[in-house]
Design a protein around this ligand. Sequence first.
Ligand code: SAM
Length: 344
Amino acid sequence: MTWLLTDLMYEPLLLDTFGRTATDLRISVTDRCNLRCVYCLPEKVTDWLKRSDLLLPEEFRRLAKIAATLGVTQARITGGEPLLRPDLPQIVEAVREGFEDAGVEPDLALTTNGIGLDRVIDSLVDAGLQRLNVSIDSLDPVRFAELSRRKRSSDVLRGLDAVDASTLPGTVKLNTVVVDQQSLAEIPALVTFALERGYQWRAIEFMPIGPLAASFSSRPTAHDIQRVLRESFELTDVITAASEPARRWSVAPSDTHPGGIIGVIASMTSPFCASCTRTRLSADGKIYSCLFSVDSVDLHTPMRAGASDEELAELWKDAMWAKPAGHQLLAPVPQSYSMSKIGG
Ligand code: SAM
């Protein structure tokens, strides 16, 4: 068996010792955010990355090309809040070009809170963006401000209006983290809103990472979310690929909406680690093999010191080779750790 594993390491793929292959690249472009969601960031953050440490568009292009040569076929840009980078359209273009340099037509998506989307959606689409996930935890402005500590819900809605008017070719998904009983009560309104607009809706089960991690056991689970969904909508299972993190349903049309697709990402009660295809690049150029990993492999320093593409590819492969079997086997992540840091 040992010789077989060692042989596999020479494959031009991002393999790990459990036989998984990473084909889905999550790229964080900043750790900063204009919201302070109570479950994600504290009000005061003092340890932001230095601006000089953030990767530049041409560096994203080079790393995207290396990823594509290692078998990666899709990329999702995230953060922090990616729209805070004024050069985001250039980054999207650079990532697309990096894949194209390797002869791969990428599936390119963005995860954002939507604030400011109205100003850049057209440039992002021109740059090659295909799909969009917008995080929204409440449609009620007061509740939105309580959860995000910022009165910005009208900015998110303005962003969504601009998306509807744009030529974005692919799906729009609305993502909602279900943090408490009030989140559960708001599910029907959020689902109806999403389906009316032709979006898919995803509930995200709360994960023990960030400021509220210690209260994890008292938070709603995917089971609670499904109960509310079944009480409010007529659902039919949609068969999904094993690597698809969400359990999905088709919702029958009703008087209030035209029907559509919804899902629940049960990262904790039904983890998809065994079929995880993700590799993560942080805004300062570090590779994380898992969202919950505290360990990373730095590509930025060697890249700026003149490492070749082949040397960077080997470092990336080493980082992924060490991917743990599952996030629940990892030690609890430190309190200061947040999804904003390595890209949610
Ligand atoms: N700023 C962008 C956004 O709002 O989508 C991208 C980054 S944000 C960290 C990505 C996603 O992670 C958001 O949907 C956010 O709600 C989610 N998230 C952050 N902390 C979480 C936690 N403890 N449990 C579940 N989801 C979380």
